[in-house]
Design a protein around this ligand. Sequence first.
Ligand code: FAD
Length: 392
Amino acid sequence: MPQRTHHSFDVAVVGGGIIGLAVAWRAQRHGMRVVLLERAPAVATGATHAAAGMLAPVSEAHVAERELLALGLESAARYPDFVAQLAQASPLDAGFLACGTLRVARDRDEAEALDRERAVRERLGLPVERLLPTAARRRESGLAPTIRLALEFADDHAVDPRAISAALADAFTRAGGELRTGAEAAALTSAGDRVTGVALASGAAGDGASIAADQVVVATGAWTERLGGLPAGARVPVRPVKGQILRLRDPAGPGLMTRVLRMDPGYLVPRGDGRYVLGATMEERGYETDVTAGGVFELLRDAIELVPGLSELVIEEVEAGLRPGTPDNAPALGAGALRGLHWAAGHHRNGILLAPITADLLLQSLTGSPLDPLAAPFAPGRFTTTTKEVAA
Ligand SMILES: Cc1cc2nc3c(=O)[nH]c(=O)nc-3n(C[C@H](O)[C@H](O)[C@H](O)COP(=O)(O)OP(=O)(O)OC[C@H]3O[C@@H](n4cnc5c(N)ncnc54)[C@H](O)[C@@H]3O)c2cc1C
């Protein structure tokens, strides 16, 4: 069936990673006419493609930033419903795995860090169980006998970022949304202090045309700085943070590890079918995405020490992705400095976790409803000037 083509939209979402897709689906489902513009030939080719899909709201960094901890906990709590609603809207499996997590320590320092995390979780009323090595190995027989301590987080699950993105794109188009791939936004267009739409890059599908939209959501991940048409004072600064990551497959099938395994500094995420994702490095190298021998070596060395059976697995993919990081490493969510401009950018290490809450908050922003107080610390205004200043 030929797709309907609108000449003007209520909302244009720029960027087809998990964040743009989640926002576009929510807005379209709410009854808005939405176009999603993705410059690549397919959706989810950016950070979302690389991501492991760990849903881990509590980490030492988050505890230091209480607001991000609260946002992550709320998003994790919304995940099961988000995935259930998605299952109603698309037959594609979102790859949500309610597997729980084990965090393991190899030495005294790491064991102390585990006890600190346990205390935080207990204070927050989150389920946590302290396991001595034998008990941990009874639950995960693939673990090495050398581990010193483990914590089990029964509520920290995982999702396959590529699978959930495909399901979101499908749900969005089934709801009547217009998905344009190969459509690079060169610049936002505006008149006075109001956004009027998006100008496509020449050579992009759409031939350098402009798309009129009453509201525009910027969800361009690590490439946000490259989007034109925004005055300096209206721009949220976003830098790329490189992460190398491996995809492994067990020819013997599933079972080597059934839970997410968090270690210092990496993690191993099972997909439940014998595939595993092992990540990830954190590197400030601009837009460079080389996979290096040292990066891969470090990931494998630490993981094989903890799960010796990993050495038998087949390496299926090595990749480096670019996390979108703002100066405070927290996302920018909600209305921007021009009328009709909204930000859903800068999710750094947590964009997969934060997709459900981001979609809900952006829908509030797009419909002009008061934003959940949870969103206040993430207002784009902490980086930009006010609407009046930009217009002046
Ligand atoms: C190695 C690695 C592991 C990770 N693991 C996890 C994890 O376990 N859990 C977790 O919660 N998070 C994880 N993350 C972080 C997570 O991947 C990101 O926070 C999230 O994917 C950001 O989503 P996004 O949609 O904002 O960006 P992206 O997925 O990068 O999407 C941005 C999209 O915008 C498009 N685009 C850019 N500019 C334009 C333009 N001008 N016009 C049109 N389209 C444009 C790009 O092509 C891209 O598709 C990981 C990241 C990496 C790199």
